[in-house]
Design a protein around this ligand. Structure first.
Ligand SMILES: [Zn+2]
Length: 291
């Protein structure tokens, strides 16, 4: 960071913490967080600098928890979509280095700056609109009672970020401690030219990850019943790692959910014969009935 920042820090000039919370995309967050990390490294009281920023994170976390609560007038939202700086704040709160000692926490935030810079590029293609997301969630509710069965105890935060990612255009993050399942978020970004995949499908795929993660309360673990599908449909991939099997599960869910609907796509499940397609679809019908 530039010389002025360091001089300001040495003089004890107050850091503008709100600037971090006002970041409207991850590029801005990386810039503002880097500015903070440089400030925190040079200020004589790193602990206060970190706890000052944490106060903002904590206030935001409380605000989120209020949104998640049941409202007597408006009922309960099983899922919510966030964009702009609220989306960025959710991303930051999710990655906040809770429980780490000061130097390690600052190092982790520095690491986050580098992770963002390594993966994020300016928006390339399209992103699902709130209405399109709502239509897909309503479709899944009608087909599987998906929202009322899986999201009724803890709302899902769908985060819509204004960038494309070099490696993917959606991802599902879950936080599972030794005490069990804590929270999850689903991140949608603009499509990347490299990935020729409709975003409706990527949302269904990530919701497939939510399905196995929320039911099993473990990362990269699918229900034991999926073994039958592996044996009958994906026999060549029986030796796949748990993470790879979780990907097969998520893809299978997206295929089954979209089958015979406007979200069906000719590329999905094209390697499967009709009998195998039936096995996959029946598996998810039965699994969702059992929840
Ligand atoms: Zn996946």
């Amino acid at each position: 960071m530039n010389q002025n920042t360091i001089i300001k820090a040495d003089l004890g000039v107050k850091f503008d913490y709100e600037r971090i919370m006002e970041s409207v995309n991850l590029h801005e967050l990386a810039d503002n967080l880097e500015y903070f990390v440089e400030y925190a490294k040079t200020t004589p009281d790193k602990k206060t600098a970190l706890s000052n920023l944490y106060k903002y994170i904590f206030t935001f976390k409380m605000h989120l928890e209020e949104l998640d609560d049941y409202d007597d007038d408006e009922g309960y939202d099983p899922w919510m979509i966030f964009d702009s700086n609220l989306a960025v704040n959710i991303y930051l709160e999710f990655h906040w280095p809770y429980g780490k000692e000061v130097d390690k926490a600052i190092k982790r935030l520095d690491g986050l700056v580098h992770e963002i810079r390594d993966s994020i590029i300016i928006p390339q293609g399209t992103i699902l609109s709130s209405i399109e997301i709502e239509q897909i969630m309503d479709f899944l509710e009608t087909k599987y009672s998906f929202c009322s069965k899986l999201l009724s105890h803890m709302p899902l935060h769908i985060v819509s970020l204004e960038h494309s990612c070099k490696y993917c255009h959606s991802f599902y993050l879950s936080d599972i401690s030794e005490h069990g399942f804590e929270k999850d978020i689903l991140i949608l970004t603009h499509t990347h030219d490299k990935y020729n995949m409709p975003q409706e499908y990527t949302l269904l795929h990530e919701l497939g990850h939510l399905l196995h993660t929320r039911t099993m309360e473990k990362p990269d673990t699918v229900p034991a019943s999926f073994k039958t599908v592996m044996e009958e449909v994906f026999i060549d991939e029986m030796n796949a790692t748990p993470r790879e099997i979780a990907e097969i599960f998520a893809n299978s869910f997206a295929f089954a959910a979209s089958k015979d609907s406007k979200y069906e796509h000719s590329d999905f499940g094209k390697a499967l014969d009709d009998a195998q397609k039936d096995i996959v679809c029946t598996y998810f019908d039965d699994l969702m009935k059992s929840i």
